[in-house]
Design a protein. Sequence first.
Length: 364
Amino acid sequence: MRALQLLGPSTGGIRMHVAALADGLEHLGVVAPVLGPAGVLDGRGTQAGVVPVPAGTSPVGLLRARRALAPWREDADVLHAHGLKAAWVAVRGRPRRPVVITVHNVVLDETAGRAAGLQRRLERAVLARADRVIAPSDAIADGLVDTVARDRIRVVMPVSPPASPRRSRADIRGRLGVSDDTPLVSCVARLHPQKDLPTLLRAFVDVAARVPDARLAVVGDGPDRSALEAESSRLGLDDVVRWVGFDADAVDWIAASDVFALSSVWEAIPLVLPEAMALGVPVVSTDVGMASELLGDGRAGAVVDVGDDRAMADALVRFLADRSGALAAGDAGREVASTRFDPDALTAEVLDVYRELVPAKGTR
């Protein structure tokens, strides 16, 4: 079987998922070339070819992308589009091959602003032409039933590569200038309003007052960095917060911490959560994406309301102050990650979706 993987302009978790999925499919005997804008995988895998999927719906951009995709489609058995932008290219014209679309994000007013109505209409038009739609969580699947017949929706958690730190805990903590027993919280996030770092900073004022030697390492960069650093200073956190910047091996910082924090106002599938859990690090997250599905029972971490800095502070202090409780939460997280995010099992589930559409014919 030959299953094209089409990816639009993307960052972070989606391209990690696509790279891991393509690799897993290849191990199962499926040829799975990854296509998309130049450099879309950002070194996380091998890109087979360039299809310049546009960031918007420009007719010229869509035509250019369709022309670039056309020769790849000729000998493909199935085309798997990841995200709405790639899906728009995949379903244009009269596709002669089955199209599978993974919905990695939902259209929300807070993310789309005035364009939300247009984007919802686009989403409905695109998904209506898909042979199968893969939703990465039950919540997203439930949100699609008004657009897509339920019998065409499959729920498959995203595939993510095993979390494998390259640098030691001692190395990372040395870079931060903290000792091995310093209570350390990590946050890996793009410095953007979506991630709501101000809530985490406000929470850390309370954390620092209750656990005076606690430190926060923020790994990531983005348009809000200057404003966030200024806010951190205004809150008196200059000696508490470390602004690490972007690091492709962000998993190293998570592994070296005692608790991982996510303060986003919205997420679809934050792959960083199962990454942290697989590393045995307790997680404190706002109630976004699949956080409640993973952490709702309280065994592997805690879920708090979006924007609730007091609840976030209480949860962080709980794990920082209770080492045995944190270790137990870490063990529970490892168990959840190993059972629900086994990459081989999830890749096989995606292959099962392809096989629903493609008659058995072996591999090419």
